[in-house]
Design a binder for this molecule. Sequence first.
Ligand code: HEC
Length: 122
Amino acid sequence: MGAVGWVSRRAAAVLPSLALLALSACSQGKSYPGRETYQSGLCPQCHGVDRAGTAMGPPLKQLRRSWHPDSLGAYLQKPDAFVERNPRLQGLATKYTMVMPRFNMDESTRHDLVRYLLETEQ
Ligand code: HEC
């Protein structure tokens, strides 16, 4: 009898912390679904899993300094059009042998991706 009582008290103590873990993992995924898009697409091959950049693409940090959600969304649809008229991007583009490709994605996926890029650093 005593032993059963002990076990259930332990279980009661452990359960809330597990629930808390599940909750925090869940809310993270919910706030930035764009992280999934970034990590599962081709982006990390050129920009790195941690967005620190690779030999094929620049780091994607502090993007808020240069981009607004609308402009970044437009850039992702047609990067080449922006590079033509943006000296900073032209400078960046000359450092890498490949260009930033165009990606086709639906609007909500792009919106989530932009949010992830602008609101997080990795
Ligand atoms: C083949 C390599 C390659 C891939 C794949 C790639 N990029 Fe790029 N990206 C570049 C290069 C090179 C630049 C530099 C500027 C240019 O060429 O437009 C760049 C620039 C950028 C910029 C602008 C950086 C700045 O400083 O303003 C963003 C944002 C960006 N990429 C996001 C992405 C995302 C998101 C993905 C995945 C959907 C991705 N890139 C996939 C090569 C790549």
